[in-house]
Design a protein around this ligand. Structure first.
Ligand SMILES: Nc1ncnc2c1ncn2[C@@H]1O[C@H](COP(=O)(O)OP(=O)(O)O)[C@@H](O)[C@H]1O
Ligand SMILES: [Mg+2]
Length: 507
C-alpha cells in the first residue's frame, strides 16, 4: 500500500540543538497515527516540516508517493495537508465563518457568507464538530475554538490532518468527543496524525504509534499489539512502573492540618476567582482538586500560600487562624507551596541549586556570623537533597535555569519538604515533566503524606489525582462543586462537573 506520508532521514538543526536527528515516519492512508514522545522529543518540529513551516536540513518527504518540497503551509495545503496547532490562530473579534475563510486566496469578504455558513454547518454536522457559524471567537470555549480550527482545515480540503497535542486544553469529556471526530474522519478515508505525550489517549484513539525520543524514531508499533507499559518504556528508554500508588498510612482525618472556611478571593484583575470555598485537609491526607485550568486553582493555591489576600473567610493551619496575604506568616505556620510557575515564582532561576535549596531558611542563616560555616552547611544540605531527590545537575553550584524542567521541580520539592511543613499545596506538580521525573515527584509526595504532611494536590491531570488522592474536590468557576472519595470515583462524573455540568444532574 502506498503511504499517505513518508518522511525519511529527516534532520532539523536549531542553534545548539538537533531537534530532529534522522527521523523516519510512515503513515498509511485512512489511519490515526499517533506521534508519541516526551517534551522536547521533536514532535512539533517534525510536524512543522511536514506542513511547510520549516524546511528540513536533510531528508526526504513524500506525500501519496510524490516527493515534495514545501516552501510554505500553503504548499502543504495544496498537497492536502492541514495542521491544527497547539496555539490557535483565530481572530477573536471575527465570527466562526469569517475565520474559516480568512486567508483564502479568493477575496473572502466578497464571498457569500450564507454559503460559507452552510458549508461550515455541513462539516460540523458530519464530524460532530458542534459550533455556531455566526458566533464570535471570543464567545467560544477553548474546546469550541479548537473545533473551529479543525473545521477550517477541513474546509480547505485537507485530506491529511495533523493535530499537535490537541487534548492539552480539553476536559476529559471534550477529549472523548474529539476522539470520536478523529475516528469519523478516518472512517471517511482521511488520515490523521495525532501528536501526544499521553499514553492512555494514544492507546484509545490510534491505529499505530510512532515513538520519538531525543529527536530520533525509536519505533512504530500497532496499537492493538502494544500496551501503555511498552509505550512508556519506548518513550523514556527504560521500563516504568505504573501501578496505582499504594500508601502505607491512611489519612488521619481526626487531625485537620488545613481548614478553609468560606474563603473568597479576587484574581489580579479584581474579579472574584475563589468563591466561598470551604475545605479541610487531614494529617497525612492527599486531597485532589480537579478542574480545567483557569477556574480559580491558581488563586486558591496562592491564598493558602499567603501570596494573595482573601476578601472574606478564614484560613487555619493546624488549628490556628493565619493572617491572609502574608507569605512569611504562611511559611512560619507550616505551609509549603509548589507553584504552577516554578521558574518565576518558585525559584530564583539565576541562583545556584544550593542557594535555592536554602532559600526557605535563609533569614535565620543570614543572621549567622559564621558565613563560611553557613556556606559549608548549605552545600552539605544541598548535596544530600540532590542525592535523595535524584536531581540531575553537574553540581550544587549550577544555576537552576540550566536544569531541565523535571530537575527544577525536584529542587523545588526538596526545598519545600526540607522545611518540614504541615501542609503542602502543590499546583500541577508534574505538568510538563517527563515520565521519570513524574515518578520521582509522585513518590516524594506520597512519602511526605505518609510522614503526616497534609497535601492539597491541584491538577488538571485527572489520572494523577485519581492515582494519588484520598479525596477529590472538583473546582469550577471558583467554587467547589463536588467532593468525593477517590476510591471508586466515577471519572465521567468528575469530567462532567469539571466542565460545569451541575453535580446533581450528573448523578
Ligand atoms: N524554533 C526553534 N528554535 C530553537 N530550538 C527549537 C525550536 N523549536 C524547537 N526547538 C528545540 O528542538 C527540540 C525539539 O522541540 P519540539 O519539536 O518542540 O519537541 P516536542 O514537540 O516533541 O516537545 C527541543 O530541544 C526544542 O527546545
Ligand atoms: Mg510540541
Amino acid at each position: 500500500m502506498q503511504s499517505a506520508v513518508r518522511m525519511t532521514g529527516i534532520v532539523k538543526r536549531f542553534p545548539g540543538v538537533v531537534a530532529n536527528d534522522g527521523v523516519d515516519l510512515d503513515v498509511r492512508p485512512g489511519e490515526v497515527h499517533a506521534l508519541l514522545g516526551e517534551n522536547g522529543a521533536g514532535k512539533s518540529t517534525l510536524s512543522n516540516i511536514l506542513t511547510g513551516l520549516y524546511r528540513p536540513d536533510e531528508g526526504k518527504v513524500e506525500v501519496n508517493g510524490q516527493v515534495v518540497n514545501f516552501a510554505s503551509p500553503k504548499d502543504a495545503l495544496h498537497a492536502g495537508i492541514g495542521m491544527v496547532h497547539q496555539h490557535f490562530r483565530l481572530v477573536e473579534t471575527f465570527t466562526v465563518a469569517e475565520n474559516v475563510v480568512l486567508g483564502e486566496d479568493d477575496a473572502p469578504f466578497l464571498m457569500n457568507q450564507q454559503a460559507v455558513a452552510a458549508r461550515v454547518k455541513e462539516i460540523s454536522d458530519r464530524y460532530g464538530l458542534a459550533v455556531d457559524p455566526s458566533a464570535r471567537i471570543w464567545q467560544l470555549s477553548v474546546g469550541e475554538q479548537q473545533r473551529v480550527e479543525i473545521i477550517k482545515t477541513l474546509y480547505r480540503g485537507a485530506r491529511i490532518l495533523i493535530l499537535d497535542e490537541p487534548t492539552a486544553v480539553l476536559t476529559p469529556n471534550e477529549a472523548d468527543v474529539l476522539f470520536a471526530t478523529l475516528r469519523a474522519m478516518v472512517a471517511e478515508g482521511r488520515t490523521v496524525i495525532f501528536i501526544s505525550h499521553k499514553l492512555d489517549e494514544v492507546m484509545k484513539v490510534s491505529d499505530r504509534v510512532t515513538v520519538l525520543r531525543g529527536g530520533r524514531t525509536v519505533g512504530t508499533v500497532d496499537t492493538a499489539n502494544t500496551s501503555t507499559r511498552e509505550l512508556a518504556s519506548l518513550m523514556v528508554g527504560r521500563s516504568v512502573e505504573f501501578s496505582r500508588v499504594t500508601r502505607v498510612n491512611r489519612a488521619d482525618n481526626s487531625t485537620t492540618v488545613l481548614e478553609l472556611t468560606d474563603v473568597t478571593a479576587n484574581d489580579d484583575r479584581g474579579r472574584v476567582a475563589v468563591q466561598s470555598v470551604s475545605l479541610t485537609v487531614g494529617r497525612g491526607e492527599i486531597v485532589g482538586v480537579a478542574g480545567v485550568a483557569g477556574n480559580g486553582q491558581r488563586e486558591l493555591a496562592e491564598v493558602i500560600a499567603g501570596m494573595r489576600g482573601c476578601s472574606s473567610g478564614t484560613i487555619s493551619v493546624a488549628g490556628r487562624t493565619v493572617q491572609s496575604g502574608r507569605a512569611r506568616v504562611a511559611i512560619d505556620s507550616g505551609v509549603a507551596h509548589i507553584p504552577e510557575d516554578r521558574l518565576h515564582t518558585g525559584l530564583a532561576s539565576s541562583h545556584s541549586v544550593e542557594d535555592n535549596m536554602a532559600l526557605k531558611n535563609y533569614r535565620s542563616r543570614e543572621m549567622s556570623p559564621f558565613r563560611m560555616l553557613r556556606r559549608k552547611a548549605i552545600r552539605e544540605q544541598a548535596t544530600g537533597l540532590v542525592d535523595r531527590y535524584d536531581v540531575k545537575t553537574p553540581n550544587t553550584s549550577t544555576p537552576v535555569r540550566l536544569l531541565s524542567g523535571g530537575n527544577v521541580q525536584k529542587v523545588l520539592l526538596a526545598r519545600e519538604f526540607s522545611a518540614m511543613p504541615k501542609v503542602l499545596v502543590a499546583a500541577s506538580p508534574t505538568r510538563g515533566l517527563d515520565v521519570g521525573a513524574i515518578e520521582t515527584v509522585r513518590d516524594r509526595l506520597v512519602e511526605a503524606a505518609e510522614g503526616g504532611v497534609g497535601i492539597l494536590l491541584i491538577s488538571e491531570d485527572l489520572d494523577e489525582i485519581m492515582s494519588l488522592a484520598d479525596r477529590i474536590l472538583v473546582i469550577y468557576e471558583g467554587r467547589i462543586v463536588d467532593d468525593l472519595s477517590a476510591v471508586g470515583a466515577d471519572r465521567q462524573r468528575i469530567g462532567l462537573t469539571m466542565g460545569g455540568v451541575a453535580q446533581e444532574t450528573v448523578r
